[in-house]
Design a protein around this ligand. Structure first.
Ligand SMILES: Nc1nc2c(ncn2[C@@H]2O[C@H](COP(=O)(O)OP(=O)(O)O)[C@@H](O)[C@H]2O)c(=O)[nH]1
Ligand SMILES: [Mg+2]
Length: 367
């Protein structure tokens, strides 16, 4: 059983997890993109760019790694990164709207939902918009399943039976989608899942919501909204992107006061990253080697052997053991791995050990 929602992408070396920002027009997608990559365009550029896709890197700055680099005197700090893309949810092509094919290529979606008044737009209705976004993904998957089923039916009529197993699974998917349910909520045995893996279904991808509140609303409204938006799923954050944008231009102390009026302690990036990575089932481990302190993003429940392979296949192949101390324990002993060893918090772990968030690992291997 996997807790991560995005693997197996992360286990492959050099591959970056890609997040696609989706949502209805004028919900704040580009504002979120800018807030996350830390590069706000001027308003006029912003609108001129409206129909293009923005792509950028989201650097996962981690205070723990900064601290480790300081303690170990590392000259270089390498944070992990996510790829982030901002697309129009539907693009207009002639009179038709269509969903961009790039949608298939991301590992996860972040959907921005408007909860502020905008001139000439209907009053905000976040629950309706969430439903609309989900149904858009479901509908698109249903069309693909249907086309594929028709193709197999034709083959079967000609007496070719190879597609039969796939057909049976597709029929289940079709029924699920007909009921307007997302494929990510469907439980199927891995052997059946394998049969349709290549389709890159959109409703199978994890989705995280950013509810974009009016900057004049306060903490009471945030509490109210928390209640109406599926709280059991824990797959959303509430923010006001306009406010977050303005905050970047303010003094540190004024910023803290403003954030507090919404009941937030951390910045958008911090809140977004911690909630989103947690939802996606991702954890970070650290290595400090030579001149470099580095963070690695992996799926929860990854054994040490596979985590080693994330760094280099040679380390996985020649794996002997992992010396591990968690950042929290390291904080208590403080200054070096030698010290940690002396204090008994540095452990030897075998290849089956499940790497935990915040582990500092020194892999021992033989070539
Ligand atoms: N009042 C208000 N306006 C916002 C907020 N977030 C974004 N906007 C404005 O809404 C408009 C559309 O935002 P944009 O990010 O371009 O939306 P997109 O079409 O989803 O990419 C811009 O004028 C933004 O300044 C917000 O939190 N409050
Ligand atoms: Mg935009």
């Amino acid at each position: 059983m996997r807790e991560s929602k995005c693997s197996p992408f992360l286990l492959k070396r050099g591959l970056k997890l890609r997040i696609g920002i989706i949502g209805l027009p004028l919900s704040g997608k580009t504002t979120l993109f800018q807030g996350l990559v830390g590069n706000f365009f001027k308003e006029e550029e912003h609108f001129a760019e409206k129909l293009t896709i923005h792509s950028g890197n989201l650097i996962l700055e981690d205070k723990r790694l900064r601290h480790l680099a300081q303690v170990f005197g590392s000259k270089k700090i390498t944070f992990s990164e996510l790829g982030i893309l901002d697309f129009c949810f539907y693009e207009k092509k002639g009179k038709e709207y269509f969903m961009h094919s790039f949608f298939q290529e991301v590992d996860s979606f972040v959907a921005v939902v408007r909860y502020f008044e905008y001139p000439d737009l209907e009053p905000p209705n976040p629950l309706q918009d969430i439903k609309y976004i989900e149904e858009g993904l479901i509908l698109r998957d249903r069309e693909i399943v249907q086309k594929r089923m028709e193709k197999i039916e034709q083959e079967m009529k000609k007496g070719r039976k190879e597609g039969e197993a796939e057909y049976l699974v597709l029929r289940k998917l079709h029924q699920f989608l007909e009921d307007k349910k997302a494929l990510r909520d469907m439980q199927l045995p891995p052997a059946e899942e394998k049969l349709f893996h290549g389709f890159k279904f959109l409703s199978q991808k994890p989705i995280f919501f950013v509810l974009n509140l009016d900057e004049r609303m306060g903490i009471k409204e945030v509490e109210r909204v928390k209640e109406i938006i599926t709280p059991e799923k824990n797959n959303f954050i509430i923010t006001s992107l306009r406010l977050e944008k303005d905050l970047l231009e303010m003094d540190e102390c004024v910023r803290a006061d403003f954030l507090e009026s919404f009941g937030f302690r951390d910045s958008l990036r911090e809140r977004f990253l911690s909630a989103c990575l947690n939802y996606l089932g991702l954890v970070t481990f650290f290595t400090v080697k030579g001149e470099e302190a580095r963070a690695w993003l992996i799926d929860k429940n990854t054994p040490a052997l596979k985590a080693a392979g994330k760094i280099h296949s040679d380390i996985e192949r020649g794996f002997i053991k992992a010396e591990v101390v968690n950042y929290k324990d390291f904080l208590n002993v403080g200054s070096s791995l030698g010290e940690a060893r002396k204090m008994g918090v540095l452990r030897m772990e075998a290849k089956e050990y499940i790497v935990q968030d915040g582990d500092i690992i020194d892999f021992r291997f033989a070539l």
